[in-house]
Design a protein around this ligand. Structure first.
Ligand code: XMP
Length: 510
């Protein structure tokens, strides 16, 4: 299989570059600049290398760099933004770091004849975001694109197949970005488009059938897409030797655990053990109001329940996990500030006693996992379901979690989901849910005074869940949701709509 190496120099778009490449059916893998060894890179059989962007200046003492020998491996290179400047630096050109004005946003760029710009008009819009820029070309390079402010918007040494672009072909604002990526892959690197989900599926099923023959495998099922796809794939490979365990902490949305169980048992005939641990979780959460403490308790309880079940199933000593590629990349990176302790099934502790861990999805991006899920025949409503946090509804109940509050939230949340779907708003929202606040307020029903909880509704749109915009749900939908919740859900006195984006707020309330 042909593959491309994307070297990450700290840019925000490295994953996007890899996804754009994979969308062209060419496998791309990301490595951090400090993980690059020239010998390994030479031997790995890459058909091309992409240098990502990054926020630094190439002359900074601690600028992220790679050994200049990488340009002598006879592997085509495409440098993007910082990567373009770094390529120039490594091949002994010069960078202008004295400019005080950045070039930012949609910019008209004119290109000249080059394999990189095949089938691209002379003038088009590209996305720029830089302050430094190339000042003097290295020997052997020519200029192949310019903008008003950037004389070397793209450069090339066609003979050595080294290319640099100051703009970002990977972002959708660059009109012909995909064509530039296609040109690099197919005209310059001579890649074959042989990264396809159907092949991946066949290969994986064959591989795990052989590798896991006669062994029992346990998989923790969270109800999320990744572990579900992982389960169905492994089930195709080893059938009943796979035992899926769903720890039912009682914190799922209304009907969610039942739906997964139904699909697994009736459609796929997968062996699924649902562990009813609701009492145990609620007991541990009793009286706890601090969000971080709640998350930690749930994480610990989850592990305990899973361990107990694994022990009961005795002869399982292989653990399968639905780890996906962004998890792999992120865990290999430096630490960023901790906002919340995330909990998911992939987060089981290292000291658990398993002789082997299998992670069939560790090379896939989320959209690829979904495509694979479709190929495996998992229904759309499960594949395209919105993300749901590992600690479940507990982080959507402010203050103590108890049975009464859980019941209220499940009902309110399901009404909101129904109304959103009825109005077709699920197409414009990435995630929508209800939150049960710990604020109670006075109201009136008939002739009686009420003192009920306030439910907050939240709906956001986002590409990456790192930032998010609140969605302008039509008033009529909010009105009907509010009417129904206050009428149908006992204990709710007021409904409000959350109009905060992320940042400064996070998507979940806790
Ligand atoms: P925040 O609240 O941090 O959420 O803006 C970003 C996205 O992550 C989901 N989320 C979690 N997912 N385990 C998960 O698997 C967790 O502990 C967790 N906490 C938040 C959240 O629903 C949103 O999609």
């Amino acid at each position: 299989m042909d593959k491309i190496l994307v070297i990450d120099f700290g840019g925000q778009y490295s994953q996007l570059i890899a996804r754009r490449i994979r969308n062209q059916n060419v496998y791309a893998e990301i490595k951090n600049f400090d993980q690059i060894s020239i010998e390994e890179t030479a031997e790995a059989g890459y058909k091309g290398i992409v240098f990502s962007g990054g926020p630094r200046s190439v002359y900074d003492d601690d600028a992220p760099r790679v050994d200049e020998k990488i340009t002598q491996l006879n592997i085509p290179i495409l440098g993007i933004c910082y990567g373009h400047q770094l390529l120039t630096y490594l091949t002994h050109g010069e960078i202008d770091t004295a400019l005080t004005k950045s070039e930012y946003g949609k910019t008209s760029v004119s290109v000249s004849d080059s394999g990189l710009f095949k089938e691209i008009p002379e003038e088009s819009i590209c996305w720029m975001s830089h302050t430094d820029q190339v000042k003097k070309l290295p020997l052997g390079f020519v200029c192949i694109a310019r903008s008003e402010k950037c004389p070397y918007a793209a450069v090339a040494d066609e003979k050595r197949k080294l290319y640099g672009v100051q703009f970002h072909p990977e972002v959708s604002h660059t009109e012909y970005g995909n064509q530039i990526i296609r040109n690099f892959l197919f005209e310059i690197c001579n890649c074959k488009p042989n990264w396809r989900m159907e092949d991946f599926l066949d290969r994986s099923v064959r591989k795990y059938r052989e590798e896991l023959k006669g062994k029992k495998v346990i998989l923790g099922l969270s109800g999320g897409v990744d572990s579900m796809v992982c389960a169905v794939l492994l089930n195709q490979a080893i059938g009943k030797e796979l035992i899926c365990v769903m720890i039912d902490h009682g914190l799922f949305r209304k009907g969610e655990a039942e739906e997964v169980e139904k699909v697994f048992k009736s459609q796929f005939d997968i062996r699924l053990e649902r562990v009813n641990a609701k009492e145990r979780f609620l007991h541990s959460l009793k009286g706890v109001t601090d969000p971080e403490e709640k998350r930690k308790i749930i994480g610990t309880e989850f592990i305990r329940a899973f361990e107990a079940k694994a022990e009961e199933l005795q002869d399982t000593d292989i653990l399968a996990q639905g780890t996906i590629y962004p998890d792999v990349i992120e865990s290999g990176k430096g630490s960023s500030a901790k906002i919340k302790s995330h909990h998911n099934v992939g987060g089981l502790p290292e000291n658990m006693m398993f002789s082997q861990i299998v992670e069939p999805l560790r090379d896939l991006f989320k959209d690829e996992v979904r495509e694979l899920g479709k190929r495996l025949g998992i229904p759309d409503q499960l594949i395209y379901r919105q993300p749901f946090p590992g600690p479940g509804l507990a982080v959507r109940i402010i203050g103590e979690v108890n049975e009464e509050k859980l019941a209220i939230l499940k009902e309110a949340d399901s009404i909101f989901a129904e109304e959103i779907a009825k109005a077709g708003c699920d197409r414009i929202t990435s995630q929508y849910f209800a939150v049960l606040t710990d604020t109670r307020s006075v109201g009136v029903k008939g002739d009686f005074r009420t003192y009920g909880y306030t439910v907050a509704l939240r709906a956001v749109s986002t590409d990456d869940f790192m930032t998010a915009e609140w969605v302008k749900i039509p008033y009529e939908v909010l009105q009907e949701t509010s009417r129904r919740i206050t009428n149908e859900v006992k204990g709710v006195g007021r409904v409000v709509y959350d109009i905060t984006s992320k940042p400064p707020a996070t998507i979940e309330w806790e």
